[in-house]
Design a protein around this ligand. Structure first.
Ligand SMILES: Cc1ncc(C[n+]2csc(CCOP(=O)(O)OP(=O)(O)O)c2C)c(N)n1
Length: 295
């Protein structure tokens, strides 16, 4: 709707591959994948120019549904290898995708350090508020009092509030969007990909099979575009307040952005004024003498 499928001589079909989709009917991952393709196409990136890193989970199966250089790692570990790849080749845009189970349980430590380290990558959180691939166990983001497969009486733990958590880490880019709004996701993903440092994008994702509380219909009714309603993302306290106050409505769009903070690579003293990248330096290293030791 209103968004061309083809720009810059590229088409979203350039990112398509023939693998059959195994996601459930109505899964929000379809919309997130469509928006990721559109964002990359609209920014003029061909599949061979980007690195797409996937965590383990339903969302992670996108790794065989979409072209690009792709890595599919261990559960909860997408951020370390995405960050490492970016630091090795800073010229390549890197998008990392992770579920809320991966990102707020197994890999929550990596999320903390990725935000505070300002690694210059885009992180898309597929937030379906449960462990989807393993059939709907409660995650740290499952709402209180929601019956889930392994906790039919609701979870005994407190739910993590993701926005309060992220804002406590002094982020430089925080956005929220939802899986039914492809134009909004596309706009947000493009801004995230163009951000100077670590971009955190919380995508509220419909999971019709296991999440009965934030359904597509619920998201449609509650989410609104805060930027369209005049929210300017330049103030951390205002962005945090808007992000955390979800009692009535859920503010979406770019909630906070600061382009003045240098990212991790820019802060590395030994890389100052170095024109080559680490991958180029490795590529021209002659290891033949070293290899002789192993023959
Ligand atoms: C370290 C580790 N813990 C647990 C698992 C089992 N496991 C595989 S997928 C998955 C659920 C993934 O949930 P989430 O990260 O929220 O992604 P979703 O499937 O909802 O997209 C789990 C628990 C694993 N593979 N590795």
């Amino acid at each position: 709707m209103g968004i061309p499928l083809e720009t810059n001589g590229l088409s979203v079909n350039d990112y398509s591959c023939g693998t059959e989709c195994t996601w459930c009917d109505g899964c929000g991952d379809y919309g997130i994948m469509a928006a990721a393709k559109r964002a990359l196409v609209e920014l003029g990136f061909a599949p061979h120019e980007v690195l797409l890193c996937f965590d383990i989970g339903c969302h992670g199966n996108m790794s065989d549904k979409m072209l690009g250089y792709r890595v599919h790692g261990l559960h909860g570990r997408v951020l370390p290898f995405a960050s490492g790849a970016k630091l090795a080749n800073p010229n390549m845009p890197v998008m990392a995708f992770g579920g809320d189970g991966a990102s707020f349980s197994e890999g929550v430590n990596h999320l903390v350090h990725s935000v505070r380290s300002h690694y210059p990558i885009t992180f898309i959180l597929h937030n379906n508020a449960n462990f989807g691939l393993t059939t709907g166990q409660a995650s740290a983001l499952t709402w209180q009092n929601q019956p889930m497969n392994t906790s039919p009486n609701g979870i005994p733990e407190d739910t993590i509030r993701p926005m309060e958590f992220i804002f406590s880490l002094q982020p430089t880019f925080v956005a929220r969007t939802w899986s039914g709004d492809i134009p909004q996701m596309t706009r947000v993903f493009k801004a995230a990909l163009q951000h100077r440092g670590f971009a955190f994008v919380d995508v509220l994702q419909a999971c019709p099979t296991y999440n009965k509380f934030t359904s597509h219909e619920w998201l449609l009714e509650h989410c609104y575009d805060a930027n369209a309603e005049g929210h300017s993302p330049d103030n951390l306290e205002a962005g945090k307040k808007l992000a955390c106050d979800t009692a009535e409505k859920v503010a979406c769009g770019i909630l906070y952005q600061n382009e003045d903070i240098p990212h991790f690579y820019e802060r590395l003293q030994p890389r100052q004024n170095v024109k080559t990248t680490p991958v180029e330096e490795v590529a021209i290293t002659d290891v033949s003498d070293l290899m002789k030791e192993f023959v």
